[in-house]
Design a protein around this ligand. Structure first.
Ligand code: CP
Length: 311
């Protein structure tokens, strides 16, 4: 593995899931990251991604530097040819070449601006890191994908040992407008498994066909839940009316009475989760969410380990 920015960087996703489980279940004294350094660059807040990736790197013996753009570092200009006579101090071309000179692996967390679909789906920020970095790049989440989360989600589902599970990705309410990254990425990775996946969302919340191709879609949440083994909840804003949040009159919060329609389904969410908005306390408190969050550490460790092997 060189970069890790989407499932297309992974030669064998099933093998990678098994490697994550092997790391989790067999503690090792090896130190493949000794004398190697990891820089983590954040354009947005994070709890799980930040801590799990740092812990993973520590497990491998790596040194870690974390930078919050706009707080610890200068604000960054992304346009080529700009006359930089305003308030922004540093150009992405310079910043990435310099950061990558200080580390062996560079992780970056970017976020959709939800203003301009073309810019977000072209991965305007991540693509600059890939263009200018002299070392491998890991996406810690991008404008349209969250591959470390999706790898973790596959691992968490695999751990249950449920064969050919029925998995429902359900839209759920949220007070803010959110990107489609987790949902896009989840569908992309689940397509590599033997799961029977259904997408449930209100009208006007269709995802890009690039990710939904061939997946059954319903606007009837209750019907989708029937016989499901896993309910994966996530909010996202509109793709077609980009970044907008059309009014939803039906109640899409995941409640226990909806979970009772399932085959004793396990509830999943990437977190952070708005309690009693996305799902009720009762649903969250019986869910796999803490297991998912813990598995982020092993997923990041497997990805780092694979990249370290190729340095
Ligand atoms: N799931 C996830 O990426 O969480 P954070 O935003 O806290 O990193």
């Amino acid at each position: 593995m060189n970069n890790f920015t989407s499932i297309s960087d992974v030669e064998n996703p099933t093998k990678l899931v098994q490697q994550v489980l092997s790391i989790k279940n067999n503690s090792t004294e090896l130190n493949p990251g000794k004398d190697k350094s990891l820089a983590l660059i954040f354009f947005n807040p994070s709890l799980r991604t930040r801590m799990s990736t740092q812990k993973a790197a520590q497990n491998l013996g790596m040194d870690i530097t974390v930078m919050n753009i706009g707080e610890d570092a200068w604000n960054i200009e992304f346009e080529d040819g700009t006359v930089m006579d305003g308030s922004i101090q540093e150009h992405i071309k310079d910043a990435v070449q310099i950061i990558s000179g200080y580390c062996d692996i560079l992780g970056v967390l970017t976020f959709a601006n939800l203003q301009n679909r073309e810019e977000d789906y072209e991965e305007k920020v991540l693509s600059k890191f890939l263009e200018y970095s002299s070392v491998p790049v890991i996406s810690l989440e991008s404008a349209t994908l969250h591959p470390l989360q999706s790898l973790t989600d596959l691992v968490t589902i695999a751990e249950t040992k449920i064969q050919k599970p029925k998995v429902v990705l359900s839209w759920a309410p949220h007070p803010r407008k959110l990107p489609q990254a987790v949902a896009n990425s989840f569908l992309e990775w689940m397509a590599q498994t033997d799961a029977d996946i259904t997408l449930a969302h209100p009208e006007e919340y269709e995802l890009s066909e690039q990710f939904t191709n061939g997946i059954p879609v319903t606007h009837n949440q209750r019907r989708a839940f029937e016989d499901a083994d896993f309910i994966y909840a996530k909010n996202w804003s509109s793709y077609s009316n980009y970044g907008q949040t059309p009014v939803v009159t039906e109640d899409w919060t995941i409640t226990q009475d909806k979970m009772d329609l399932t085959n004793h389904a396990k509830f999943m969410h990437c977190m952070p989760i708005r309690r009693n908005v996305v799902a009720t306390d009762e649903v969250i408190d019986q869910s796999l969410v803490y297991k998912q969050a813990k598995n982020r550490e092993y997923a990041a460790q497997a990805v780092l380990q694979n990249i370290l092997e190729n340095l």
